[in-house]
Design a protein. Structure first.
Length: 192
């Protein structure tokens, strides 16, 4: 058992196979379609994105000042780059899967411009707009700043110092926007 659970790729593969088994076992209740698969992917990848956002804001960033200087390289050199890799790709894939769901259901444009045929479309549209702002922050503010802070790209001490508050503000803005975004997504009640 320890060997199995020690192999993350194998655990994820077995989890994927189990999910596929569940999908087809309940096909009489919820037929497998592009929307059911993309809803599932959207939720899975969104949880990864939110989990990493919370990890960064509630654990890593507040803990860094207490870490002895000689140990910080373990976080900045190994943990943070891996976290930010999954963080930024989860952000992008959450948005893409959400847009595929909305496109397939025929309401993507109406929702994005908050001109829905129903209040539910407007509500999900607000959630989509908030998620787009959050993903923009990840890719165009947080990630470029973190590349400087972590030394992934060349930057002077002054550039690193200037990048830190930008990254923090964008990350905390995402934490703030997450709560209304989740409310919209969870309660729009669009049957798609």
């Amino acid at each position: 058992m320890a060997k199995f659970f020690g192999n993350l790729n194998l655990v994820m593969l077995v989890g994927l196979l189990a999910a596929i088994g569940v999908m087809f076992s309940y096909q009489d209740i919820e037929p497998v379609s592009i929307n059911t698969v993309f809803h599932w992917l959207h939720v899975f990848i969104g949880i990864l994105w939110i989990g990493l956002l919370y990890y960064l804001n509630f654990v890593q960033v507040p803990t860094m000042p207490a870490i002895p200087a000689e140990l910080k390289k373990g976080v900045t050199g190994y943990i943070a780059p891996k976290v930010l890799f999954y963080f930024r790709w989860a952000a992008l894939l959450t948005v893409v899967t959400g847009l595929v769901i909305a496109w397939n259901a025929g309401y993507v444009h109406r929702a994005l411009v908050l001109q829905g045929a129903t209040r539910a479309e407007d509500m999900i549209g607000l959630g989509m707009d908030l998620a787009l702002i959050m993903a923009f922050n990840v890719w165009f503010i947080i990630w470029p700043a973190q590349k400087k802070i972590l030394g992934i790209v060349e930057a002077s001490d002054a550039e690193k110092a200037a990048a830190a508050p930008r990254a923090l503000i964008a990350s905390r803005l995402n934490t703030l926007l997450l709560l209304p975004m989740l409310y919209c997504m969870a309660n729009a009640n669009i049957n798609v």
